[in-house]
Design a protein around this ligand. Structure first.
Ligand code: TYD
Ligand code: MG
Length: 448
């Protein structure tokens, strides 16, 4: 019988202590510490290793495994690294199982691909696979016992293995229930060791809820090589995959997918989907935002409605609420767009999230358009960061953004001075401060 020690771990930040606290000393959240039983076996001692000079380290140039899903490969930084451990997090129903089964199907054409399913039965997976097509060679194991899963990985040694989900795995050595912090951490730690030893690229599926409170993914982030977050709400067709952490590539790349009746389809040109560029409406503005190395046109929508509330509402969907509050304040103080007695709603069309300051100007223009009841000029987009003084600051990688606007056939871009001259038909309208940008961006009725 392995010796066990009782620890308490925070489900939010992973802080652990020898006793229980009502409030986590690590992150300050209340009621997040839960019992976390560590088994002595998870701390087995390894012999000391010699120290090497970096020059003497053998670095095998890892051949990446293409997943066959171009958008996923991009987010991973060019494919899966052999023997790495990747965590794919997302809310239930967002499409994690679908995405990974699609990838396994493509991988299985040339390599061994194993799906360990703890959530669905083999028959359920087969039904899904029939919808997606091409998954006949994917191997499947319906198992939730961690020891059995590890033993299978050691003997079968597939090239790629997907564990769906890490929360269903259960180890006898840990006293707590499946899905608890202790179980999830034990499973991930032992899978990590097996992934490296047996050379299996392992992808863990982890559920997170909107507020990220379910035990699991959060406490694993430091352990795994990559953390991918699959976002989008189930009522919209579009999904965005982002890298939150990546030891083998950039964390800026995103992958865009559309959920269809026959699985997830990559969207190689998201601007065409999210940035409705023809015919402006009141309360709508097109932003050219940068997601990693990829510029994307997004349509921002705003609604300004009179209210009797003492504290008018500021509701942001897809935009950081603090950023929205700041933009509303700057509009009122520096651009004479008074919103003190109005509710302001801002939404990014298509259910996408954006947290790049380069989108500030488009958010402000959408709100100004809604407040004044006049649309943006036809074929105009905007980018630029708004400072607290109302002055606009150039956005990074302006050339890239301009290229994207030109590609989508826009007429003009409202941007801060210092933005380079674009080639071709696209014009740049420079605006130094927010009031000038509003004049340049909105149709003439706004010039009062
Ligand atoms: P799923 O991959 O099971 O989500 P997760 O593993 O993240 O919980 O699928 C999510 C949703 O996608 C589900 O509600 C059904 C829908 N769906 C389609 O619309 N088309 C398809 O081809 C498939 C397989 C699923
Ligand atoms: Mg699933």
């Amino acid at each position: 019988m392995a010796k066990t020690a009782v620890q308490f771990a925070c489900t939010d930040c992973g802080y652990s202590a020898g006793r229980w606290f009502g409030r986590c000393p690590g992150c300050g959240e209340f009621g997040t510490l839960v019992e976390d039983v560590l088994s002595a076996s998870s701390a087995a001692k390894a012999p000391p290793k010699p120290v090497l000079r970096l020059a003497d380290v053998q670095a095998e140039d890892a051949q990446r495994i293409a997943t066959g899903v171009a958008e996923l490969d991009r987010v991973l930084g060019g494919g899966l690294v052999p023997a790495s451990l990747v965590l794919v997090g997302g809310e239930p129903g967002v499409g994690k199982s679908t995405l990974l089964l699609t990838a396994l199907a493509a991988i299985s054409k040339e390599r061994r691909a194993l799906l360990v399913t703890g959530e669905e039965s083999s028959a359920q997976v087969k039904l899904r696979a029939a919808r997606l097509g091409g998954a006949e060679r994917v191997e499947i194991l319906a198992e939730t016992d961690l020891d059995n899963v590890l033993a299978t990985l050691e003997t079968e040694r597939p090239d790629v293995c997907v564990i769906d989900s890490v929360q269903t795995l259960y180890s006898q050595d840990v006293g707590s229930a499946p899905g608890s912090v202790g179980q999830v951490r034990e499973a991930a730690a032992r899978l990590l060791r097996t992934a490296k030893q047996a050379g299996v690229a392992t992808i863990l599926v982890g559920h997170v809820t909107k507020d990220g409170t379910v035990a699991g993914p959060r406490v694993l982030e430091h352990l795994v090589d990559c953390v991918l977050q699959f976002e989008g709400d189930r009522y919209h067709a579009h999904r965005v995959l982002r890298a939150v952490k990546n030891r083998f590539g950039s964390t800026n790349e995103i992958g865009v997918f559309e959920m269809t009746g026959t699985g997830l389809k990559g969207v190689p040109d998201p601007s065409e989907v999210f940035g409705r560029t023809a015919g402006s409406e009141v309360g709508s503005a097109v932003a050219c935002a940068l997601e990693g190395t990829r510029p994307i046109l997004l349509e921002l929508q705003a609604l300004v409605a009179p209210t009797d509330l003492a504290m008018p509402r500021r509701v942001a969907t897809g935009v950081d609420p603090k950023r929205l509050a700041m933009i509303v304040a700057v509009l009122g103080r520096h651009a004479r767009v008074a919103l003190g007695s109005a509710d302001v709603f801002v939404n990014v069309a298509g259910g996408v999230r954006i947290d790049e300051p380069g989108a500030d100007l488009a958010i402000a223009l959408a709100i100004a358009s809604a407040a004044r009841g006049v649309p943006m000029r036809d074929g105009h987009a905007a980018f630029g960061e708004i400072g607290l003084t109302g002055r606009l600051r150039p956005a990074t990688q302006a050339e890239r953004r301009l290229e994207e606007c030109a590609k989508l056939g826009l007429a003009a871009v409202v941007a801060p001075p210092g933005t380079p001259e674009p080639r071709g038909k696209l014009r740049v309208v420079n605006a130094d401060k927010l009031p000038q940008a509003i004049t340049a961006g909105l149709t003439a009725a706004a010039d009062n």
